[in-house]
Write a protein that binds this ligand. Structure first.
Ligand SMILES: [Zn+2]
Ligand SMILES: [Zn+2]
Length: 155
C-alpha cells in the first residue's frame, strides 16, 4: 500500500484515513451482515483503532443484536447514518472498517470468505481465497506480522 487509504460516509461529513494496510480483510456472508448492509455480504478491513484516524465529522454507535449476546456496535455518521465501522465484543482497540466506504473500494481484496453457509446462491467465490462455512482460526490463517500487530494492539 503506497498511499494511505481514505474513505468516508455518503454525505461526506465523516472522512477517515487508514495509516497502514489492515491486518486482514474479511468478506462476511453471515445473515447479520447481510441484513445490516442490505446486500450479499460485508467487507471488513480489520485494523488497529490507532491506525484508523477520524479526519472530520462525527459518529455514534448503534448496538446490534447478536446470537452470542456479545456486544456489536456499528459506528455511523451522525448526519447521514452511513455505517462506517464496527467494534465487536466491546474491543475498542480493533476496528472492522466497512471497506466499501473507502474512496477506492477496490483497494483491498478479501483475504478470507467467512460464513459461506449463508452465501447467496448466485455469488461465486473466487478460487484461491480461503473460504469457511462459519468462522475460522486467525492463528492459522493470518500472516505472522498481522498476528503480532493484533497481539500488540490488545495489550
Ligand atoms: Zn454522513
Ligand atoms: Zn458477518
Amino acid at each position: 500500500m503506497n498511499e494511505p487509504l481514505e474513505g468516508g460516509c455518503a454525505c461526506a461529513a465523516v472522512r477517515y484515513r487508514l495509516t497502514s494496510a489492515p491486518m486482514f480483510v474479511h468478506c462476511c456472508h453471515c445473515r447479520d451482515c447481510q441484513r445490516q448492509v442490505g446486500s450479499a455480504f460485508a467487507i471488513n478491513a480489520l485494523i488497529e483503532a490507532s491506525r484508523h484516524i477520524l479526519l472530520s465529522g462525527q459518529t455514534a454507535p448503534s448496538a446490534m443484536p447478536t446470537d452470542s449476546g456479545r456486544p456489536h456496535n456499528v459506528f455511523r455518521c451522525t448526519a447521514c447514518g452511513t455505517a462506517l465501522w464496527s467494534e465487536y465484543g466491546g474491543i475498542a482497540k480493533l476496528h472492522f472498517v466497512r471497506a466499501a466506504t473507502l474512496d477506492d473500494p477496490a483497494a483491498l481484496t478479501p483475504d478470507v470468505h467467512i460464513y459461506t453457509r449463508s452465501r447467496l446462491p448466485w455469488i461465486t467465490l473466487p478460487e484461491g481465497v480461503p473460504a469457511f462455512e462459519a468462522y475460522y482460526s486467525a492463528r492459522t490463517l493470518w500472516p505472522p506480522e498481522s498476528l503480532e500487530r493484533r497481539r500488540a494492539a490488545l495489550e
